[in-house]
Design a protein around this ligand. Structure first.
Ligand code: TYC
Length: 103
């Protein structure tokens, strides 16, 4: 290979674009049985919410059916949703947290 060949090489660097990992929503689902105070306690314990924010998120689910709790990486969303749902189950309540990808 001569020096000229090297000089003729295109200077374009092919930098593969890294896809940004999708974010996931943790969603609180309303039910008719779990006490309001218990829902707020779970939101404070698992999602580190203040009493005020927990109450607001709980009341949103209570009135509208669902409420977005947090948006984060998929593994964190799934772990927290299970942890929170399990707290309800252990106490005999049908409290439910689900996850779904953000648009
Ligand atoms: N609806 C429940 C009640 O009236 C309270 C509640 C709120 C339960 C939000 C679940 O995600 C929930 N006791």
């Amino acid at each position: 290979m001569s020096d000229n060949d090297a000089a003729a090489k295109p200077k374009v660097k092919l930098k593969p674009k890294l896809e940004r990992p999708k974010l996931y929503k943790v969603i609180l689902v309303n039910d008719d049985y779990t006490p309001r105070d218990f829902v707020v306690m779970v939101l404070k314990a698992v999602f580190r919410m203040s009493a005020e924010t927990g109450y607001r998120v709980m009341m949103t689910a209570h009135k509208l059916g669902t409420s977005v709790v947090v948006v984060c990486a998929r593994d964190i969303a799934e772990t927290k949703a299970k942890e929170a749902t399990d707290l309800g189950k252990e106490a005999g309540f049908p409290l439910m947290f689900t996850t779904e990808p953000e648009e």
